[in-house]
Design a protein around this ligand. Structure first.
Ligand SMILES: [Zn+2]
Length: 93
């Protein structure tokens, strides 16, 4: 069940990433801009993300990463003790 959940999470992350990329490309297109950096980064990130997923899957990872209760994004290691992002904490007061 954990692995299935991981797969669902990965799929959602990828879909969210592709959606952001599409929005950026569309906004640029409407302004007559080409986004070579976005295109280049996008191509690289997809490869890196797939490699990361394969690596994690091969190792039988992973425990769920704690999420920020305010923005719901994953918490990077330094923020886990506080339990939320500093900027989210300051917005919530
Ligand atoms: Zn947050």
């Amino acid at each position: 069940m954990g692995q299935q959940l991981n797969k669902i999470i990965k799929r959602k992350r990828r879909a969210a990433y592709l959606k952001r990329k599409k929005v950026a490309a569309k906004a640029a297109g409407q302004r007559g801009l080409v986004l070579p950096i976005v295109s280049a980064i996008s191509a690289m990130i997809i490869e890196k993300a797939q490699a990361r997923d394969e690596y994690l899957e091969a190792r039988g990872a992973t425990v769920p990463i704690p999420r920020c209760p305010i923005c719901t994004l994953e918490l990077a290691y330094p923020f886990r003790e506080a339990g939320m992002h500093p900027e989210c904490a300051s917005e919530s007061v």
